[in-house]
Design a protein around this ligand. Structure first.
Ligand SMILES: Nc1ncnc2c1ncn2[C@@H]1O[C@H](COP(=O)(O)OP(=O)(O)O)[C@@H](O)[C@H]1O
Ligand SMILES: [Mg+2]
Length: 356
């Protein structure tokens, strides 16, 4: 028999996983099967956090392949596939509205509530997670297959910022590169099993949202806005984008909602109503209103977000409440399916509630 990948797949179909009582081929665990002369290489991809009889399967796969005439050697690589129970994207049409501040504090609040959490800095144009969480360093690979995420305050972290030689250097990404980088961050980082993976998206995220919705099941989006209408105009577009690519909007966070001065007087520096307007347009709850506070910025600049630095402060409690509402909101929301593109040409579409 001539060696062919199809022939080897056929023999591998006889190897049954004892836990699942299904052939490895049916489970989709066999990857990158290749033949060089009499040498066979393959990867066994298994889901993290589930039972695995690794030694048994290693032995069975080797034995089965070596029994094939003309197979002299087998090299088997194991690869753990991360399991994300929920993927949350934090987005906004605009930069500077506090996406990263919300993403980091939300992540830490979820962790402190007992969830297994990871944070992926997908803002490859302006990664700020390394600064906001005070982490520097280069991720390493322990198995030569996957990259180990960094860890801080019990949260797993990955950012393009960790991979740049000079954190101030600009990265020029084209659409496909961006999509590729994101896919690698999701696939090649050893996240393990997470209850929540939070993604801090770059501003103007139309294509990123689309890419993501095609690659993974996104549980939903948290939209960040400021109170004023100028900021919200762009934010409405990101809500519309989510709807187009079928990512549920889980809720809206209004950031820099108000400022309380030393005399205790509340000022609405950026106007009011933006968060409620976006929430109503998105048909989603307003998860919370975050005050404008010097300590929030300082904590971020110092690398310990306020939820971690001063968990009982009023500002931290706002993020904690936002995390709680988000979790409530997720219970009962189905993960996004493949996107449905609206080809109606605009009939029946809701008008953006822009105020002139
Ligand atoms: N509620 C807030 N109070 C004070 N400063 C804030 C607040 N939210 C964000 N900032 C500051 O505003 C700047 C922009 O926030 P950032 O989270 O980086 O926005 P984005 O990720 O949307 O670009 C940062 O310096 C951050 O510390
Ligand atoms: Mg940011």
């Amino acid at each position: 028999m001539d060696l062919s990948v199809a022939a080897l797949e056929a023999v591998l179909a006889t190897v049954v996983d004892p836990d699942r009582q299904k052939p490895l081929t049916t489970l989709g665990w066999i990857r990158d099967l290749a033949i060089t002369g009499t040498h066979v290489t393959l990867t066994l991809a298994f889901p993290s956090g589930e039972p695995l009889q690794r030694e048994f399967l290693d032995r069975e796969v080797q034995r089965t392949l070596l029994a094939v005439k003309d197979v002299a050697t087998v090299k088997l690589t194991w690869r753990e596939l991360s399991t994300f129970k929920n993927i949350i994207v934090v987005m906004s049409g605009k930069g500077g509205v506090g996406k990263s501040t919300v993403a980091t504090n939300l992540t830490l609040a979820l962790h402190r509530a007992g969830h297994r959490v990871g944070l992926l800095d997908a803002d490859i144009y302006g990664p700020s997670i390394p600064t906001m969480l005070g982490v520097m360093g280069r991720p390493v690979s322990l198995d030569g297959v996957q990259i180990e995420p960094l860890e801080r305050f019990g949260v797993k972290l990955m950012s393009i910022g960790f991979l740049l030689e000079d954190p101030r250097s600009a990265v020029i990404w084209r659409g496909p590169m961006l999509a590729g980088a994101l896919q690698q961050f999701l696939k090649d980082v050893h996240w393990g099993t997470l209850d929540y993976l939070v993604l801090d998206l770059p501003p103007g995220t139309g294509d990123v949202a689309l890419t993501l919705s095609q690659q993974v099941k996104v549980t939903g989006a948290v939209i960040v806005t400021t109170p004023q209408q100028v900021a919200t105009d762009d934010v409405f577009k990101s809500v519309a984008m989510c709807q187009k690519v079928n990512i549920p909007v889980l809720g809206v966070v209004e950031n820099m909602s108000f400022f309380v001065d030393s005399a205790g007087v509340r000022h609405e520096l950026f106007g009011s109503g933006g968060g409620a307007a976006v929430a109503s347009f998105a048909n989603a709850p307003l998860l919370g209103q975050v005050p404008m506070e010097q300590s929030i910025r300082e904590c971020g600049d110092r690398g310990t977000p306020i939820v971690q630095a001063a968990p009982s402060s009023a500002a931290a409690q706002v993020f904690v409440a936002i995390a709680e509402r988000l979790v409530e909101q997720i219970t009962g929301v189905e993960p996004a399916a493949a996107p449905v593109i609206d080809r109606s040409g605009g009939t029946g579409k809701r008008r953006l509630p822009l105020v002139g």
